[in-house]
Design a protein around this ligand. Structure first.
Ligand code: PLP
Length: 450
């Protein structure tokens, strides 16, 4: 084990000298714990500190940190049989099996599947398929969204990270989300939804429907703060897409594979079936890099004798697909969707509501399945404590420290606090997590009062 041959100081020094990060400068490495062991819903750092994984890493380790024997066996078997076959040269049985299983589980006629390696690549591929199929270019996306770190998905992204694409990805048009409380189109959900859809239609007409390939949305925007759309909004997008011959793409990278209590988040909306769906993260419990792009029959037929033109050496990697297939079977065998619906969701809603009533700076909470979020506001001004993507304020640094001191780990993106533990979490572990969060919020309350 390399860990035992390197001291923590050596790891830190080498990390400082040679490793690079994504959304922060390399110096941020100094503030990260060095994690060396993980089990169930817990991870352990080199000092032996145990953390409860409060956001399933990046809302991805859906099945926790212990790989079930059946998944290990499937991966080892694949490694022993054909550890790697390039998709353009040969076809491995597990690829057909995984595609057939997904077609069986997915609603409607979502019948064709590609297997890139990341959510970003899946969205890149979805954008390309939509453009090839329609012969049109523009893609509509919401401001409060994240679609991935490669160039086109970053251009599609609405949140602050899109500035890293430096406007070099073209053809993306932004639309507003009917956001729950910072900005609304009306006093009631119905009115807000009606106005958001009327505005979107006006935008479609102004841009020209004959130039728009797709409307691409996270069905429940995740990193933006679990923004559950008002009843009718997703249904309205589906019918505008039908009316103007525009494809609907649902990005289910974060919401897919049980996070919301359904296989896909769009299944919460009446009769909504996207033309293209993408997912990743939970597909393999994140134990292997694998994503998926699912298309409806009409697109499957279109590409039957035409190239999709999307590929990479590692797409449809046999070991990753074996992991995906076995993980999906595990999720089904363990009846995790039912666990999310009947055990996790009621506790999350109860605990989140309790925190909203207890603290005046906890403005609002939202939750669907095991996907929860609360919003922090400044108790003096009533405004959100900070904007997403800004450097942490003094209070938020105190809160982050308290969060970790309480033995919670996860991504913290004030003004939002996500609560998205692994779907295998037990009632006791979940209640314990909320107690820890409560104590961290108590520290924040004191810092607001100082
Ligand atoms: N789409 C959504 C909704 C996401 O949340 C993410 C990642 O967080 C992505 C796409 C990008 O996926 P990946 O990081 O696997 O490339």
């Amino acid at each position: 084990h390399w860990q035992s041959t390197w001291s923590e100081a050596e790891v830190r020094q080498a990390a400082r000298d040679h490793a690079m990060l994504t959304w922060s400068g390399c110096s941020a490495i100094d503030s990260l714990p060095i994690l060396e062991r993980a089990e169930g819903v817990y991870v352990y750092d080199t000092t032996g500190k145990k953390y409860l994984d409060w956001t399933s890493e990046a809302v991805c380790v859906n099945l926790g940190h212990t790989v079930p024997e059946s998944v290990k066996e499937a991966m080892v078997q694949q490694m022993e049989q054909t550890p790697f076959v390039y998709g353009g040269i040969g076809f491995v049985p597990v690829r057909a099996q995984l595609a057939a299983l997904l077609a069986e589980l997915a609603p409607g006629d979502l019948n064709g599947f590609l297997f890139p390696s990341s959510g970003s690549e899946a969205n890149d591929c979805a954008i390309r398929l939509a453009r090839l199929y329609t012969g049109k270019t523009k893609i509509f996306n919401q401001y409060r969204s994240y679609h991935g770190g490669t160039l086109a998905p970053l251009g599609a992204t609405g949140d602050f990270r899109r500035r890293f694409a430096q406007d070099s990805a073209t053809g993306f048009v932004k639309m507003f989300n009917p956001e729950p409380h910072y900005f609304r189109w009306g006093d009631t959900d119905e009115r807000a939804c009606e106005m958001a859809l009327a505005c979107l239609e006006e935008q479609i007409v102004a841009e020209g429907p004959s130039t728009i390939a797709a409307i691409m949305v996270e069905s429940i925007p995740g990193s933006a703060g679990v923004l559950i759309p008002a009843v009718g909004f997703m249904e309205g997008i589906r019918s505008l897409c039908n009316q103007y011959e525009i494809l609907m793409i649902c990005d289910e990278v974060m919401t897919g594979f049980g996070r919301t209590g359904e296989l896909f988040g769009f299944q919460h909306f009446d009769g909504v079936i996207p033309d293209i769906v993408t997912s990743a993260k939970g597909l393999t419990g994140s134990w292997q890099p694998l994503s998926m792009v699912g298309v409806r029959q009409k697109l499957k037929d279109f590409f039957f004798d035409k190239a999709t033109g999307w590929g990479s050496t590692f797409q449809a990697h046999p070991v990753a697909m074996a992991c995906g297939y076995a993980s999906l079977k595990y999720m089904l065998d363990q009846k995790l969707l039912t666990h999310v619906q009947t055990v996790i969701q009621p506790i999350m809603i109860e605990e989140l509501d309790r925190l909203v009533s207890k603290y005046d700076f906890v403005k609002q909470a939202r939750c669907v399945g095991a996907f929860g979020c609360l919003d922090l506001i400044d108790p003096q001004t009533g405004e959100r404590v900070m904007q997403l993507g800004e450097p942490l304020t003094k209070e938020m640094q105190i809160f982050k420290k308290a969060f970790n001191n309480e033995g919670l780990i996860g991504f913290l993106r004030p003004p939002q606090v996500h609560c998205a533990p692994p779907l295998i979490i037990s009632e006791g572990e979940l209640r314990d997590g909320f107690q820890r969060l409560d104590r961290a919020l108590n520290v924040l309350q004191t810092s607001f009062q100082d």
